[in-house]
Design a protein around this ligand. Structure first.
Ligand code: NOJ
Length: 541
């Protein structure tokens, strides 16, 4: 990194790369990616230029939700390797000047975690209160909360006659953060990981840990994010674990507004560096609907929303910038054009994202334009969210065709097909049978071909990452949206110390005319007064 930042805010100049280990690289032929597989690709990641690697969970887990159900926080699942291999990965990452972030999943554990097994064993077990147990209400669930993975958010335990809360699957019981022993156990575990050398945490659904007192019914069965003790818990965690260590922290926060995010990320409050917003990810959902109720994206909505986040966190707080992760469909298929304009539209979305104010996140495969899975049968899906919803929707009479149409657009499995490394068998991901099918476009779309082609999405992402590392205006400049009403162009300016960076992208399948001329010297693409489909350029003046 060439931009000079303090040891406390180095992450403002950084680009983070997310690895979903299960689908990244398989070293032992069992069809599931693993830690040695990641280590074998570190040179590739360092060539791309990213600064930080974030690993989705590799802890011991029954894998009900692909590792987001943890049964031992201080061990590695044998599927992925061993603790020694993890230590080797950390060391090798550091040797290449990169940092490593762990996924911290502490809203819930697995129901196979020793804490939950004890908690469930009797009503007077000392760990009973570590989870959220309630008596039945009128012989049924204690409240109307619905699980994020379909059905009620409560499971009845025959042995003790009470229900426990699970906002996610019934194998993911929610921890009771009201109990100080729970909090201290989590902090001790975090400190242990810091001793192993990790450089920060991505905190899974962290704004759900504080529950509304009394657990009241929610509108339409929704539970309440951002409960009353959220800031207190995060400040306590910061004091006990995070402060003054030069770490990077990002909280995943569904249902977090710009105003909430300002509080969570204001450095003087000592909570988190940044949060993942979900607002832009909801813009292609019918109002009042679920993620499966599809609606086309209006570019003006996207610009308006991102502008609000840019302006809202401009002077206080910090943004994280993302199109993709393991829970979202691939951007090039979702809002780009993964057919005749795949390369151009992947580059255009990359350009728009990377030059905004905030820390950009690249999700594995995004850097060379991987697409959605384009599955056509239920049997191809693996994700419990998709399969539970398909069963529920079938029960409600929704035709299979419509279910498959929604899954093809929105299922999380779209992002979870194996990374396409080369044009060989199973795209070079595994020598065995992959746990989920490799995309059939792997002969054309793969990392090896992209690295060899100077015009590829990969080289474009590398250039974008390079711009952040060399131009202070990309890191610290203010943000001004241009032409907010234009239905095709996403354009903005960044300004710092008299310098102006202008970014213009045509995010449409048709040519677009610029409403006014743009000044400056080209630093990416070719400035012009009219742009072809998905064409973009960047100037500096
Ligand atoms: C958010 C994670 O990103 C997602 O993959 C997971 O299913 C839920 N949290 C539950 O941990």
């Amino acid at each position: 990194m060439n931009i000079t930042l303090g040891t406390e805010d180095w992450w403002k100049g950084a680009v983070v790369y997310q690895i979903y280990p299960r689908s990244f690289a398989d070293s032992d032929g069992d069809g599931i990616g693993d830690i040695p597989g990641i280590t074998s690709k570190l040179d590739y990641l360092s060539d791309l230029g990213v600064d930080v690697l974030w690993l989705s969970p590799v802890y011991k887990s029954p894998q009900d939700d692909n590792g987001y159900d943890i049964s031992d926080y201080q061990d590695i699942d044998p599927l992925f390797g061993t603790l020694d291999q993890m230590r080797e990965l950390i060391e090798q990452t550091h040797q290449r000047g990169m940092k490593l972030v762990m996924d911290l999943v502490v809203n819930h554990t697995s129901d196979e975690h020793a804490w939950f097994i004890e908690s469930a064993s009797s009503k007077d077990n000392p760990k009973r209160d570590w989870y959220i147990w309630r008596d039945p209400r009128d012989g049924a669930e204690p409240n109307n909360w619905q699980s994020a993975f379909s059905g009620p958010a409560w499971r009845f335990d025959e042995r003790t006659g009470q229900y426990f809360l699970h906002i996610f699957s019934s194998k993911q019981p929610d921890l009771n953060w009201e109990n100080p022993d729970v909090r201290e156990a989590v902090y001790a575990m975090m400190r242990w990981w810091l001793e192993q050398g990790v450089d920060g945490f991505r905190m899974d659904v962290i704004n759900l840990i504080s529950k509304e007192p009394g657990l009241p019914d929610g509108d339409g069965g929704s539970f309440h994010p951002n409960g009353p003790r959220m800031h207190e818990f995060l400040q306590e965690m910061n004091r006990n674990v995070l402060r003054d260590r030069g770490l990077i922290t990002v909280g995943e926060m569904p249902g977090c507004s710009v105003e909430d995010a300002r509080l969570y990320t204001d450095p003087s409050r000592h909570e988190l560096n940044m949060v993942f917003t979900f607002e832009h990810m909801g813009l292609d959902v019918l109002p009042g609907g679920q993620k499966w109720d599809l609606k086309p994206l209006e570019l003006t909505d996207l610009k308006q929303n991102l502008n609000a986040w840019q302006k809202g966190l401009e002077s206080v707080g910090w943004n994280s910038l993302y199109w993709n992760n393991h829970d979202q469909p691939r951007i090039v298929s979702r809002w780009g054009n993964d057919a005749e304009h795949r390369v151009a539209s992947a580059k255009a979305f990359g350009t728009v994202l990377h030059l905004m104010h905030g820390t950009p996140y690249v999700y594995q495969g995004e850097e060379f334009g991987m697409t959605n899975a384009h599955f056509t049968a239920l049997e191809q899906y693996r994700d419990l969210e998709a399969l539970n919803w398909a069963a529920e929707a079938t029960g409600q009479g929704r035709p299979l065709e419509s279910i498959l149409a929604s899954l093809a657009v929105k299922s999380r499995d779209n992002a979870r097909t194996p990374v396409q490394w080369d044009s060989g068998p199973q795209a070079g991901f595994t020598t065995g049978d992959p746990w989920i099918s490799v995309n059939s476009n792997c002969a054309e779309i793969n990392a090896e071909a992209a690295v060899a082609d100077p015009e590829s999405v990969w080289h474009h992402y590398r250039a974008l990452i390079g711009l952040r590392h060399t131009h202070a205006v990309v890191v610290n400049g203010d943000f001004n949206l241009l032409w907010p009403e234009d239905p095709q162009l996403f354009a903005y300016q960044r300004g710092l110390d008299g310098q102006t960076l202008t970014v213009v992208a045509n995010l449409s399948n048709q040519p677009a005319e610029l409403p006014e001329a743009v000044a400056g010297e080209a630093i990416l693409g070719s400035p012009a007064s009219s742009l072809g489909p998905w064409e973009a350029f960047v100037t500096l003046s």
